[in-house]
Design a binder for this molecule. Structure first.
Ligand SMILES: [Zn+2]
Length: 124
């Protein structure tokens, strides 16, 4: 992933998806507030809305958002396309299917297994 043009394309893609997710998350947050009325600070900053969402059940969007954020950081740092765990290149095919991938496939599988183990252990 050293091709600057490809990187720009990916960055634009990631930014567009990030914006979409921001809207979805803000919407989910608004719905959550309507439903449980736990928080009545309507003008909460988006960042704290994310904090609340982290512990909610609607966290797929949040996780994707975090991944995109990380991928964008890596684009800027020039490390995009490199696995965060083993520092090997992530295959271009994988990056085309999952532009927000920050791990190679074997590391991703390992991470997901770990996550599953953790979530079944600590049910809140
Ligand atoms: Zn890896």
């Amino acid at each position: 992933m050293s091709n600057q043009k490809e990187l720009e394309k990916i960055k634009a893609l990631l930014l567009a998806r990030q914006k979409e997710l921001e809207e979805t998350i803000a919407q989910l947050q608004a719905e959550g507030e309507q439903n449980d009325q736990i928080q009545d600070q309507a003008d909460q900053a988006l960042s704290s809305a994310f904090e609340t969402l982290k512990s909610s059940l609607h966290n797929n969007e949040y996780e994707e958002y975090k991944m995109i954020e990380k991928a964008l950081e890596m684009v800027d740092a020039g490390t995009y396309g490199m696995c965060v765990d083993c520092q090997q290149d992530i295959s271009e095919k994988r990056l085309q299917s999952y532009p927000n991938a920050t791990r190679c496939l074997p590391c991703q599988e390992t991470a997901e297994e770990e996550k599953e183990k953790n979530s079944s252990q600590s049910y809140f």
